[in-house]
Design a protein around this ligand. Structure first.
Ligand SMILES: NC(=O)c1ccc[n+]([C@@H]2O[C@H](COP(=O)([O-])OP(=O)(O)OC[C@H]3O[C@@H](n4cnc5c(N)ncnc54)[C@H](O)[C@@H]3O)[C@@H](O)[C@H]2O)c1
Length: 433
């Protein structure tokens, strides 16, 4: 391929289409729209209508600041005829058997295939297994468009590193990985993404390397959390306070500041399965990655066991068994509750005839109820025999001991999954991991 697409693109003759405007696609589309003509396409018309009205239901971004620099938000597929670069940012979850669920990706690729022209470039930003872009997406594009990769069109891969709720590591502040199917496209995408981030672009030697790098980033976190989850159980059995161990160990210069806890959400608890399955298909095994997943998935049952044990050892007479869970999202300071472990924990406790009230000032209660059937409580009501601090939202950090004492009794247990309330709670039985 020649330099033509690069020049055409930088001269702003063509548009970039961002497919999927969720947590990752929207910030990217907004950032690109500051420099280029951008079509923001999402298959959800409600999402599009909200964006057209300047409202991001994820509450991550303000859209009203630069109304002249916004993408064209649309759910009309025909708008893709104006694009020559297509960036895919659709979900890549796992199914109930933890196998990659490529439904959304397949649909997005098929949609693009209908509009693909000579000289176009398709970039995948969704998290995928190594080989997915070239072995799953490319053949599908070729089949639908009748065009040929590397002859008629090119492909790239640029994993998204955005971390919702993290104002420091926003899209413009982190290094972007870029890979492409040929050297000209790599130059083109490097230039393109340099416009998106001030931190710079790292060009990977191949698409597979970039795909694997993204998985590695999240697997490393999952394995480290699993290690501390295991150690916290070991130290508890040995009669050692795990929190005091982390505090002591953290004084060493090269101790990594991980904490035990719940690994939920749609990245850390999903991405490892993409690698686990990729190597399984080749007859191999990623033992440590699999074991880490098993340990982290077992945390909900481990915490529930602590609750059951408390009820068994405490006489509660005719009182109902009541638990208060603080935090429903999958991590601090976000509204996102996809694959949230506090939600899974709440459901497990309820299945065991425990009345659970869930408090989260950030999560959209109607949305939660629609998706999970769980209702949020705005304020604690009465008293609870167990209180679980599940998510370390900044708003919870302001809570004083009186808050915890007012909704518990002398015999209540406070389970602190964040490990941060040890010094706040002195008048209640306290358990942490
Ligand atoms: N959210 C994160 O923190 C994060 C971070 C890094 C990487 N990722 C990866 O980015 C990808 C997207 O994740 P997300 O969190 O932005 O998802 P999301 O659910 O927030 O948004 C995805 C959007 O894609 C739309 N969509 C689905 N199918 C479509 C289609 N065929 N055509 C057009 N639009 C379609 C949905 O309506 C939705 O608005 C995933 O692969 C994820 O693993 C996410």
């Amino acid at each position: 391929m020649s330099d033509k697409p690069l020049n055409r693109f930088l001269d702003r003759f063509d548009s970039i289409a961002v497919i999927g405007l969720g947590y990752t696609g929207l910030p990217l589309a907004l950032r690109l729209a500051e420099r280029f003509s951008v079509i923001g396409y999402d298959s959800d018309p409600v999402r599009i209508q909200q964006l057209q009205e300047g409202y991001d239901s994820n509450h991550e971004l303000e859209l009203g600041q630069f109304p002249d620099l916004l993408p064209v938000f649309t759910s009309d597929l025909l708008q893709l005829t104006h694009a020559s670069v297509y960036i895919i940012a659709v979900p890549t979850p796992v199914d109930k058997n933890n196998l990659p669920d490529l439904r959304f990706l397949k649909e997005a690729v098929e949609q693009i295939g209908k509009f693909l022209k000579n000289g176009d470039c398709v970039v995948v930003e969704s998290t995928v297994y190594p080989g997915c872009t070239e072995e799953f997406c490319a053949p599908l594009l070729e089949k639908i468009s009748g065009l040929q990769l590397d002859k008629d069109f090119s492909m790239g891969y640029s994993p998204e590193r955005i971390s919702p709720g993290d104002a420091v590591h926003h899209i413009g502040a982190v290094i972007k990985l870029v890979a492409a199917s040929d050297p000209v496209t790599l130059r083109f995408l490097t230039q393109l993404y340099q416009q998106v981030t001030m931190a710079g672009v790292h060009a990977c030697v191949s698409i597979r390397v970039a795909e694997a790098a993204k998985l590695t980033e999240n697997i490393q976190r999952d394995v480290n959390i699993a290690l501390l989850n295991e150690l916290s159980s070991v130290y508890e059995t040995l009669g050692i306070d795990p929190g005091a161990v982390w505090e002591a160990a953290a004084t060493k210069w090269n101790f990594l500041p991980f904490r035990p806890g719940l690994a939920g959400g749609h990245c850390i608890s999903v991405d490892p399965y993409y690698l686990i399955n990729a190597i399984k298909e080749q007859g191999g095994k990623a033992s440590l990655v699999e074991e880490s997943r098993r340990i982290n998935e077992g945390m909900v049952a481990r915490i529930a066991a602590q609750v059951f044990q408390h009820f068994q050892s405490t006489i509660i007479g005719n009182d109902k068994k009541r638990v208060l869970v603080l935090g429903a999202s999958f991590k601090p300071d976000v509204r996102d509750f996809r694959n949230s472990k506090p939600v899974a924990l709440t459901k497990l406790l309820m299945r065991n005839n425990i009345e659970v009230e869930l408090v989260d000032p950030l999560v959209d209660g109607q949305h939660l109820e629609k998706v999970s059937g769980l209702r949020l409580t705005s304020q604690p009501t009465g008293y609870y025999q167990v209180m679980i601090i599940a998510v370390n939202h900044t708003v919870f950090k302001e809570l004083e001991e009186s808050y915890f004492c007012n909704c518990t009794s002398d015999t209540s247990l406070v389970i602190d999954l964040t490990g941060e309330y040890k010094r706040v709670i002195s008048n209640r039985k306290y358990w942490t991991i």
